[in-house]
Write a protein that binds this ligand. Structure first.
Ligand SMILES: *Cc1c(COP(=O)(O)O)cnc(C)c1O
Length: 433
């Protein structure tokens, strides 16, 4: 696979180079020069395939010119090692549960795939690489768990002290071994600044072989295509047009869906469901992309005012908004609407949505109201409700089953190193290990 910066098409890099660089030298995101297509018969044959088998075939289609097939299989086995069930809510609505990974959110797909892919790409390195991540919560824990015990990788997480939830903090700090949590006396912005300074420090970035596990890395984008094919396979039997409703923030999940569509996924439409951070729905309406300050909501993993993957979506559609509108709708919902949908689904179907999935459910329901056709709607449920237990009223809290792996984590011991928000302190720690 050859990839290029979406800012300056023409100069191409290999998949390995794109993974190592994360972002192109000109600051652009990487995208494939040509999007590979799965064979005609592939989708029909997925009906009898497991998620892991589907993931393997899609990964092979993307990467087999750079990674031997046997290694792709091993990467899939190690990284996609949890179930991706689909639950039927009613005759036209189902929920694709993407929260069965170690940190109970869909970012596990990207983080784990990236970790095992990097371990393969750097299998012959003699020195360790140092992964540095600033996190305000979920991304960092997915990366930490993804890279935990992966050979040749040492992970440092920088998180703002007292500014992440209790569950998030435990997810960040209960791992040991090759993962170290750095608790910074400062804000998330301080953490990001420190990471930037570290990468800019020539001595540090060379001697410690600093590597980013940023969310815009292609190794995190590609594996998110797998579960769209899996969901489609599970609904093939119905024979109706399939619409995906995607809870959207930085638009990585949505971009992967659209990429899957370009690879041959016969989806009828995608709906980008947003909370009050509504840059995308406003763009689809007006044709003007106007980034804004982010607004805090209960679906906080989608509180993004300037989604970085927007540029990738435009790349996929050659900048043509009209074409984009043919496959993509988008709508925005308030916290009040979101809470209402959670209660409604619980009463109607005894199913407890998390706030992100609830935003997707709202968007899908509104879409049903505008469409006369028979459609099969699939909600992407991106997190387990137990991760957001604080937003539920007491009578519902009782109904939420806390998964075993979360309970174990909650009994774990916090390990962190407290640091000031100054670069010298960070450098001292990194150089001393
Ligand atoms: C990150 C995240 C999202 C948003 O996904 P994007 O790819 O950034 O659009 C939605 N839900 C949950 C639970 C998340 O962690």
């Amino acid at each position: 696979m050859r990839l290029q910066s979406i800012l300056k098409p023409g100069t191409t890099v290999s998949f390995r180079e794109a993974v190592d660089q994360g972002i192109a030298e000109d600051g652009g995101l990487f995208m494939p020069v040509e999007i590979p297509r799965l064979s005609e018969g592939f989708v029909a044959s997925t009906r009898s395939m497991t998620f892991q088998e589907i993931a393997f075939d899609v990964a092979r289609c993307l990467l087999e010119d750079e990674i031997p097939v046997g290694e792709i299989r091993r990467i899939i086995e190690k990284s996609m090692s949890f179930p991706v069930p689909i639950r039927i809510l009613d005759e036209r609505t189902s929920v694709l549960e993407l929260f069965h990974g170690p940190t109970l959110a869909f970012k596990d797909f990207g983080a784990r795939f990236m970790a095992h892919t990097m371990a393969y790409l750097h299998r012959n390195d003699t020195e360790e690489r140092t992964i540095l991540v600033a996190t305000s919560g979920d991304t960092g824990s997915a990366v930490a768990h993804g890279f935990h015990n992966v050979q040749g990788m040492k992970v440092y997480l920088l998180y703002p002290s007292r500014r992440v939830s209790a569950i998030q903090e435990l997810q960040l700090t209960t791992l040991t071994g090759n993962v170290t949590a750095l608790e910074i006396s400062g804000s998330f912005d301080d953490c990001q600044r420190l990471v930037k300074e570290a990468f800019a420090d020539k001595e540090l970035s060379r001697t410690k072989r600093l590597t980013s596990a940023n969310s815009i890395n292609v190794a995190r984008l590609f594996p998110q295509t797998f579960y769209y094919f899996n969901a489609y396979a599970r609904r093939l039997e119905g024979g109706r047009p399939v619409v995906f409703s995607v809870p959207s923030g930085n638009l990585g999940n949505l971009t992967a869906g659209l990429l899957a569509w370009r690879m041959g996924l016969p989806a009828d439409r995608f709906i980008a469901a947003t909370n009050l951070n509504d840059v995308l729905p406003r763009f689809l309406e007006s044709g003007v992309f106007a980034p804004a300050q982010s607004i805090a909501t209960i679906s906080n993993a989608m509180d993004v005012g300037n989604p970085s993957n927007f540029a990738r979506i435009m790349y996929l559609f050659d900048g043509n908004v009209k074409d984009l509108r043919c496959v993509l709708s988008s709508a925005s919902y308030s916290d009040v609407d979101t809470q209402r949908m959670i209660v409604e689904q619980f009463k109607k179907n005894q199913y407890i949505l998390d706030p992100h999935g609830a935003v997707a459910a709202l968007a899908l329901h509104h879409y049903f109201e505008t469409e006369k056709r028979e459609i099969d709607g699939i909600i992407l449920e991106t997190a387990h409700p137990a991760k957001f237990i604080d937003i539920y009223e007491d009578w519902m809290k009782k109904a939420i089953e806390v998964p075993e792996r979360l309970r174990t984590m909650m009994q774990g011991t916090k390990h962190s190193i407290r640091l000031s928000a100054t670069f010298d302190d960070l450098k001292t720690i990194l150089m001393s290990t």
